[in-house]
Write a protein that binds this ligand. Structure first.
Ligand code: HEM
Length: 457
């Protein structure tokens, strides 16, 4: 018996996510006074089959995996999710049905606050006034995340869904852009060029999406015990419907954040003078790579995805304390680590550095978890941005890759030699490598909640 109702869970909510070459994130608002109509339209969307179930996406992956190498399999998939202000809006259109949204404030304060408040207050994010206009123009009530094998198929799926949702009378664009996408209300991401072997890599050049928690009931067979993950039971609104044995209901939230990556600064760091070749290798490879260089000295860890994930951080000289993979997953068995596991399914955006050095590029970071407080917020605030974590044997420094230092300041990291003596890598203090350009937290309902809890016939 399947532990998970694969027809009811939205299809991006697992470790592989949507198969994709192009992906568009479309943000919308619900037109004032049209809340009731929106719930009716939402129910129609739920019944239309246009929002992908996990079953559909798993079937797509079978087709993609079974296709000859280099053949592009036609696929398109979509996810819908709502911000807290979006849920509040939907609530006003539902007569005689309470979503009990007040509970969110106590059960997940970060989600209830929204990213525009939580980011600057807790994550050292820049003030929303300096975000890309799309993310601070007007309240974002919902998001459609649409992925496919080409932009045309993505656009046409998006248009079909917008039509069902009553665009432009019931839902409307956010009248602002996030360059380099030159259309209002959306950001377009794409996988990096396959013909150059860059597909699957983010813009600094590292393979992404390697280390993911595997989900009970989906792909737990391949998981190490410590890494199977189960979304926790939610409190309200009860429309997550992640049906697991012994866990009748769970619910998912998504954190979306747009990061601009400074490839120039990164390359500058790579070419700065260093004391030894070994130190350079350690700094550059292990700050991000998903395995210690002792296991994979010469190549990316992805050559063996299982082995690359089956390790603990024992030697500080092998994996620096501040490495991105260590900060974001300490690989200990503590309750904090277990609660902080997130499923990441983002996509790069922008031009190739080799084509346009001064162009804008980065990562449309998207992650899923049952609690923003325990997941995205905890990882960024308590681990990534905290130079004291992990403590022993001495101050680790910031996550050199994704830390947002206080007051937009500089980063530093500490390195050790094999006898745990501090090394001077010559890096000193350096500017942050990514800048947060905007984002929002979203609640990802089950498909039956679109027709039931949130929708009305
Ligand atoms: C521009 C921003 C970012 C870039 C370019 C980036 C890139 C990467 C890369 C290259 C990896 C290693 C490969 C892998 O295991 O997938 C990784 C791992 C990871 N990242 Fe990020 N990341 C970014 C932001 C973030 C943020 C904001 C968070 C969380 C708040 C995060 C959480 C993680 C986690 C949990 C892992 C897996 C660690 C492990 O289990 O080994 N990342 N990231």
């Amino acid at each position: 018996m399947a532990a998970v109702n694969l027809d009811n869970v939205q299809g991006d909510l697992f470790s592989r996510g949507f198969p994709k070459i192009k992906e568009t994130y479309y943000f919308f608002s619900i037109v004032p006074g049209k809340e009731k109509d929106f719930s009716t339209a939402l129910a129609a969307l739920g019944n239309s089959g246009k929002i992908s179930s996990l079953k559909k996406v798993l079937d797509d992956w079978v087709k993609v995996d079974g296709a000859p190498k280099n053949e592009i399999v036609p696929v398109s998939n979509a996810l819908i999710a709502f911000s807290k202000t979006g849920l509040d809006k939907i609530q006003t259109g539902l007569t005689g049905r309470g979503l009990d949204l007040d509970n969110l404030t106590t059960s997940d304060p970060a989600f209830a606050a929204g990213m525009a408040r939580d980011g600057p207050e807790n994550l050292n994010d820049p003030a929303p006034t300096s975000w890309d206009p799309l993310f601070n123009a007007s309240p974002i009530h919902g998001i459609l995340k649409v992925a496919g094998h080409c932009q045309e198929i993505v656009n046409s799926k998006l248009d079909e869904i917008k039509k069902i949702l009553g665009y432009p009378n019931i839902i409307a664009d956010i009248a602002a852009q996030s360059l380099p996408t030159s259309a209002n209300s959306r950001v377009d991401g794409q996988v990096r060029p396959k013909d150059q072997g860059l597909n699957g890599r983010e813009h600094f050049g590292f393979e992404d999406g390697v280390s993911q928690p595997l989900l009970k009931g989906i792909n737990e067979d391949a998981a190490f015990n410590k890494d199977t993950f189960m979304p926790r039971r939610g409190r309200s609104p009860h429309c997550g419907e992640w049906t697991l044995q012994n866990v009748p209901r769970g619910w998912w939230k998504a954190a979306f954040s747009s990061f601009a990556s400074s490839s120039k600064t990164f390359r500058g760091l790579l070419s700065s003078p260093r004391n030894s070749k070994m130190e350079l290798a350690q700094t550059l490879i292990t700050v991000v790579q998903s395995a210690p260089i002792v296991l994979f000295p010469d190549q990316d860890a992805t050559s063996d995805p299982v082995a690359s994930n089956d390790f603990k951080f024992t030697n500080n000289n092998v994996c620096p304390l501040a490495a991105h993979i260590r900060k974001t997953n300490p690989r200990d068995d503590s309750v904090f680590t277990r609660n902080a596991r997130i499923v990441r399914n983002g996509i790069p955006y922008g031009s190739e550095f080799s084509v346009d050095e001064s162009g804008k590029r980065g990562l449309l970071f998207a992650c899923y978890q049952s609690s923003i407080d325990n997941g995205f917020q905890f990882i960024q605030k308590i681990w990534i941005n905290n130079p004291e974590f992990p403590e022993a044997p001495s101050t680790a420094g910031f996550d050199p890759f994704t830390a947002q230092p206080p007051n937009d300041g500089q980063l530093h990291i500490t390195m050790f030699d094999p006898s745990e003596k501090k090394l001077d890598t010559g890096l000193g203090h350096f500017p942050k490598l990514v800048t947060m350009k905007g984002g929002e937290y979203f609640f990802v309902p089950s498909i039956s909640a679109l027709t039931g809890t949130l929708g009305s016939a």
